[in-house]
Design a protein around this ligand. Structure first.
Ligand code: DO4
Ligand code: MG
Length: 283
C-alpha cells in the first residue's frame, strides 16, 4: 500500500488502483493512531479513481522535520575520511562508524524539500556536489515507523571536507533534500537484500550509476529512530534518512541539468533534475 500527496489531495494505491483519501491533512494522516487500517478502509469502502496523475505528485511531507543519519555504510566512512584528511577530520568518521551512538543531523524543513519530478539544487558556493541515495523512514509522533520513502541527501563534499564543523552548510540549503515519490506504508523493515540504485544522466547519457543493498547498512532502522527520539519530541512526526552506501568517484561532481534517478524497488523511483544555485536567488 502506497500513500501519495498530490495537488489534488491524498491518494492510496494498492495493486495498481488509486483511491482518494478523505482526510485532506497530511499531518493528520502521519499522526493517525492507526494509519494502516484507516487506509485499508479507504480502499475497501472507496471507489478507485481514474484521474490520478503523476505530474501532480508533491513531496510527501507536511510539517515533519527531516533528519539524517551519517556514516552508516562502510563506503560513506571511507569517503568521509578521504575528503577530510587534510582537515584532520578523518579519525572522527572512523570512530562514529563503530561507536554505539550514531551520527544524526538535522537535514531539512518541508520548505527545503523537493518532490519527485521537480529540481534539487547545488550550492552556488560549492564546487564538489553529489547526491546521496538513502532509504528514508517516516516516523509518527509516537516514535513508530509507519512507512518508508526514497530520499536524496544532496551534499557539498568540498564544504564538509574542509572542516567537519561546516556539515550543516554542506547539507542544509534550499532544495538540498528530495523525498518521494510516495510513502510505502508498513512498520516491518524492508528485506536486507533490497537494492538501492542510482543513475545520473548528463545530456541523456549515463554519467554515473551505482547500487548497494540494505545488507550494507551497519545499524538497524529502529536503533536510529530510538536515538532520534531520545529527549526529542516531534509533534507532527519526522523523516529519518538512513545514510548513503553509494558515493561516486572523487572525480565526479554534479552539473546543472543532470537527471538523478534513485530507485528502491518496493517504493518506487525518485527523479529530480539539478539546478545550479545563484547567490541571493529567491527559490
Ligand atoms: O558525516 C557526514 C554525513 C554523511 C552522510 O550524510 C551519509 O553517510 O549519508
Ligand atoms: Mg547522507
Amino acid at each position: 500500500m502506497k500513500l501519495y500527496r498530490t495537488s489534488n489531495g491524498n491518494f492510496v494505491e494498492q495493486d495498481g488502483s488509486y483511491y482518494h483519501v478523505p482526510e485532506p491533512s497530511w499531518d493528520a494522516l502521519v499522526t493517525h493512531e492507526d494509519l494502516h487500517n484507516c487506509l485499508l478502509s479507504t480502499i475497501t469502502m472507496g471507489k478507485s479513481v481514474q484521474d490520478f496523475s503523476v505530474p501532480h505528485i508533491l513531496a510527501p511531507i507536511g510539517n515533519q522535520e527531516v533528519w539524517a543519519a551519517g556514516v552508516t555504510y562502510f563506503r560513506s566512512r571511507s569517503a568521509r575520511m578521504e575528503e577530510s584528511k587534510s582537515a584532520g577530520g578523518g579519525d572522527f568518521y572512523d570512530r562514529v562508524y563503530s561507536a554505539d551512538r550514531p551520527e544524526l543531523f538535522f537535514k531539512a524543513t518541508a520548505g527545503r524539500v523537493a518532490g519527485s519530478g521537480s529540481h534539487v539544487r547545488i550550492r552556488s558556493d560549492a564546487r564538489w556536489n553529489v547526491p546521496e541515495p538513502e532509504l528514508t523512514l517516516l516516523i509518527n509522533n509516537r516514535g513508530q515507523i509507519i512507512g518508508s520513502t526514497v530520499g536524496n541527501d544532496m551534499s557539498s563534499r568540498d564544504i564538509e571536507g574542509e572542516n567537519p564543523l561546516y556539515l550543516p552548510q554542506a547539507k542544509v540549503y534550499d532544495r538540498s533534500c528530495a523525498l518521494g515519490p510516495c510513502i510505502l506504508i508498513g512498520s516491518e523493515p524492508l528485506p536486507v537484500a533490497t537494492p538501492i540504485r542510482i543513475e545520473i544522466f548528463r545530456l541523456g547519457v549515463t554519467e554515473f550509476s551505482g547500487v548497494t543493498t540494505l545488507a550494507e547498512l551497519k545499524r538497524t532502522p529502529s536503533s536510529l529512530v530510538e536515538y532520534l527520539f531520545r529527549d526529542n519530541s516531534f509533534p507532527y512526526g519526522a523523516f529519518l534518512m538512513t545514510g548513503t552506501g553509494i558515493v561516486p568517484p572523487d572525480s565526479f561532481t554534479l552539473a546543472s541539468g543532470d537527471l538523478i534517478r534513485i530507485t528502491i524497488d518496493p517504493i518506487g523511483t525518485l527523479e529530480n533534475t539539478v539546478e545550479q544555485g545563484t547567490p541571493h536567488q529567491a527559490h
